[in-house]
Design a protein around this ligand. Sequence first.
Ligand code: SB7
Ligand code: NI
Length: 183
Amino acid sequence: MKDITRDGNPVLRKQAETVKFPLSKEDRELGQNMMKYLEVSQDPEQCKKYHLRAGVGLAAPQVGVSKLMAAVLTPPEEDGKESPFKAIMVNPVIVSNSVQPAALTVGEGCLSVDKDIPGYVPRSDRVTIKYQDLDGNEHKVRLKHYPAIIVQHEIDHLHGTLFYDHIDTENPFSQAENEIFID
Ligand code: SB7
Ligand code: NI
């Protein structure tokens, strides 16, 4: 799990394959290991010990596997305004998204992209997603703000899209009309 694929590796630009159920032992472990990576990376001591970069999400292509699987673990907010979201998502799809655009004030980063790429990444403020868990149970959830943005970043990875693809090259800090900004 320490070997995150880097931008330039073709696996990051491929459309990932649908995962079939029942999961193989390998696929199940992949999901569990991706979540484990996020948990360890968010623990300051272990993060240092293993020389990891903290992550709130990880998609299978980032560990070299071109399958529709991603893990998301958003830390609880200090103000408790948004509920944290924790899921290993298999075959996730966005079934609907808000017209309301949103972007993170600080822009986005990616474990697969070493350099800092400044600019706003326009996203939907809210999304409804459908996915299966490791046992094949279907989930449908509605997310907003930060967790919604993370999930869009991860689902992008499964279709070969990287965050900077969305940044306006002419004017990286251009704002859409009524775009809201999330800290
Ligand atoms: C900032 C960071 C992420 C998503 C959106 C904004 C996730 C960073 C970790 N990943 O590269 C996961 O794909
Ligand atoms: Ni990423």
